[in-house]
Design a protein around this ligand. Sequence first.
Ligand SMILES: [Zn+2]
Length: 181
Amino acid sequence: MSDAYVQGRVLLLNGSTWEPLAVITVARAINLLMAGKAVVVEQTGEFLRTVKSVFPVPSVIALRTYINVPRRQAHWSRKGVLMRDNYVCIYCGVMPGSLLKDKILAKSDFTVDHIVPRSRGGKDQWTNTACACYQCNHRKGNRLPNEAGMKLRWEPKTPRTSYLVIAVGSGPDAWKRYIEY
Ligand SMILES: [Zn+2]
């Protein structure tokens, strides 16, 4: 069985723009489909059998009409920062699987670095935080990058998509193309 079926979650897209709105249950998705409010975009290949009928289990559905939702500011979280940056160190570029000092790095070797350290007024904000390997994080310590002679390889940005969507355990592959960073 596919992940989406086992987890019972469906990615709901807005009408016409197909931007992700929410992660909903299979039951809610089927209700929206049956009410004619949504269309299937991707299927899981699994089927849900009821006494009366058989439904293909959707993985991604889209509303038929566009609903105007104010773009939510993506909620900041440590996990969200690591996912936004794909676990790539903003200072040296290593990632899980990279070799650092005879050690193969795992996700757990990556931390969230405050570019302006919290001790100096830096906030928990998307633009002030980035993924850093433990070595760079340690090396930088309580300093600003330029004080530590370290350069940012990219500019941390506030993601467009709510990490509500991405934080759901990365989601099945079928969801990925609908998620913009
Ligand atoms: Zn690093």
